[in-house]
Design a protein around this ligand. Structure first.
Ligand SMILES: *[C@@H]1O[C@H](CO)[C@@H](O)[C@H](O)[C@H]1NC(C)=O
Length: 109
């Protein structure tokens, strides 16, 4: 009788682990596409409209043209423009944060 209790216990643990493993369907799905070495998602290479995003990003800048030029470069390199008209650079991750202008200061608006 002890063995069938053990079998039942193992079954419960297995079911629990399986349930925990399926709690992250989004990450699992994203990793699944890479198992075959093929990008299965339908995203085009540059889904972001940098012109439109940077027009908005720089709409309150004191130097809109310089802002848009830098923003466009950063947008193409990092495929990201932060939300809002200033700040929020962390939303675009390390790529955006590490772009530096000629003076060594962060370049991306
Ligand atoms: C990007 O947005 C601008 C301004 O809204 C528009 O004129 C342009 O056609 C858009 N470009 C793409 C590739 O969607």
């Amino acid at each position: 009788m002890a063995t069938s209790a053990h079998v039942f216990l193992f079954f419960c643990i297995g079911a629990l682990l399986f349930a925990l493993a399926s709690v992250q369907p989004v990450r699992v799905g994203a990793d699944d596409t890479q198992i075959f070495g093929v990008q299965l998602t339908a995203d085009p290479p540059s889904p972001l409209n940098c012109t439109a995003a940077c027009d908005y990003r720089c709409s309150e800048s004191s130097h809109p043209n310089g802002c848009k030029r830098a923003c466009g470069t950063c947008c193409i390199r990092c495929n990201c423009v932060p939300p809002g008209t200033s700040g929020n650079q962390q939303a675009c991750g390390v790529c955006y944060a590490r772009q530096k202008g000629p003076d060594g200061n962060p370049k991306c608006p």
